[in-house]
Design a protein around this ligand. Structure first.
Ligand SMILES: Nc1ncnc2c1ncn2[C@@H]1O[C@H](COP(=O)(O)OP(=O)(O)OP(=O)(O)O)[C@@H](O)[C@H]1O
Length: 434
């Protein structure tokens, strides 16, 4: 007979013969002294998990503290855009640094990165006189825009994004990330940004002549510092906007789809040269699917391509459609949606499309503000280009490069007057109906 002895001190049964250990009966008399291995695991594993979680939390907290203390020590700093810009608000109004820690869900643009300045809230406040009403130059869906003079004397347009507006932090991050990589004379330049717990601010180069919308639709703007754009200038604006899109669609890899092309997003410099802005809704196209993206429908009513509005199918051709609507605004001086007009004329595209290919009708629909100062031949050509851009069928719309090529000779024929004084309606416009 073999001897088994229970060792109450450690709850393990010792056997004098090891080969019999596995046959040890777990008698009722010893039950309270023995912890079965499965129960042991049930106790130990949760404890280990809790300890690990606590350690991770502690580590995260310490890293965050370290980052905050680094952020708040600097007030104004230059920052080289990293592969992905991460902006998270500090609690005390300090400026933030870009870092490559978090990723945006969009694919990355390839190409050079450029410097974007990070401003302290203090600097932006003193530039705008504490965001005084007097300095407010615009108030779009995403927030108010202020004119400001930076410490180095640069005049800037500072956009304060609404905290819970449709813009959101993601769009803010996207705009900084995207604009720190895009460089084109046809794209509005981002000088820097500022973010704290309560503010998200974008600092742009100042465009003294405001938006194209202000000049084409002056009655809709209370501040009436505007010029009626003459025909050569309209052609040049059309060409440069097409070049801005060409840069995004053809010269950027992968292509960028702007997704919110409209006349308020076309800003005019002191020579009335246009620059594209408003990149908060932009999408970086897919390399694989021929640029096609299926996405949520965002943008502005009156400018949305029908296939995008109804199915969310977004391609560079959606931008071409919106561009066509801007051409229509340049031709007619009408806004894309105007419910004050008679029935049948509310939606600019629906009203204009059947008329665009009819010579006499085109003459009737031209902006009365031009007062006959345009070349009929050129007008007919622009109308034909416009008709192709606002085609319901996306595949039939031209590539923006084709639009650039078609507009170039027209602009060459109609040089823009040199001095901005002569930009007024009757300045150097060609004689009517040549
Ligand atoms: N860089 C700038 N220089 C001068 N004026 C500007 C500048 N940026 C914006 N503005 C003025 O502020 C207005 C509003 O700009 P914002 O970018 O908010 O345009 P929006 O298209 O109306 O709004 P959203 O893009 O949010 O839909 C512009 O139409 C323009 O008059």
């Amino acid at each position: 007979m073999e001897n088994f002895t229970a060792a109450p001190s450690n709850g393990i049964i010792h056997s004098h013969h090891h080969h019999h250990l596995e046959h040890v009966p777990q008698s009722h008399s010893h039950h309270h002294e023995i912890i079965p291995s499965s129960s042991l695991l049930m106790v130990v594993i949760p404890i280990i998990i809790v300890i690990l979680l606590l350690a991770i939390l502690l580590l995260t907290f310490m890293l965050r503290r370290l980052q905050l203390s680094r952020d708040t020590t600097s007030t104004n700093c230059m920052f080289i855009a990293h592969s992905t810009v991460t902006i998270s608000p500090t609690s005390d109004g300090g400026c933030l640094h870009g870092s490559g820690l978090r990723g945006t869900p969009q694919p990355k643009l390839r190409g050079a990165q450029v410097q974007v300045q990070v401003f302290s809230l203090k600097e932006v406040e003193s530039a705008t006189n504490k965001f005084s009403e007097v300095n407010m130059i615009g108030n779009g869906a995403s927030g108010a825009v202020y004119r400001g003079v930076l410490q180095d004397g640069t005049v800037a347009a500072i956009k304060m994004l609404r905290p819970h507006g449709r813009y959101g932090e993601r769009a803010f991050r996207l705009e900084v990330d995207l604009l720190s990589r895009l460089r084109s004379p046809y794209i509005s330049q981002l000088l820097g940004y500022c973010a704290d717990q309560h503010h998200s601010l974008l600092v742009f180069e100042y465009m003294p002549n405001g938006s194209l919308h202000t000049h084409l639709h002056p009655r809709r703007h209370t501040q009436s510092a505007r010029t009626t754009l003459n025909w050569p200038l309209r052609l040049k604006i059309a060409l440069d906007c097409a070049r801005a899109l060409e840069y995004l669609h053809e010269h950027t890899t992968p292509a960028v789809i702007h997704r919110n092309l409209k006349s308020t997003n076309i800003l005019l410099d002191h020579n009335f040269r246009p620059k594209l802005s408003g990149f908060g809704l932009a999408k970086i196209g897919s390399d694989k699917l021929n640029g096609l993206i299926l996405t949520r429908v965002l943008g502005t009513t009156g400018y949305l391509a029908p296939e995008y509005a109804s199915t969310g199918k977004l391609t560079t051709k959606s931008d071409v459609y919106s561009y066509g609507v801007i051409l229509l605004e340049l031709l007619t001086g009408r806004v894309p949606i105007d419910t004050a007009r008679p029935p049948g004329e509310h939606v600019l595209v629906s009203w204009a499309l059947p008329r665009l290919t009819n010579r006499d009708k085109v003459m009737e629909m031209i902006d009365p503000a031009l007062d006959g100062h345009y070349s009929t031949k050129d007008l007919i050509q622009v109308a034909a280009i416009t008709a192709m851009c606002v085609q319901a069928e996306a595949d039939y719309r031209p590539l923006i490069t084709d639009v650039v090529q078609s507009l170039m000779p027209l602009v060459k024929k109609n040089p823009v007057p040199a001095s901005s004084k002569s930009l007024l309606r009757f300045g150097h416009s060609p004689s009517p109906s040549s």
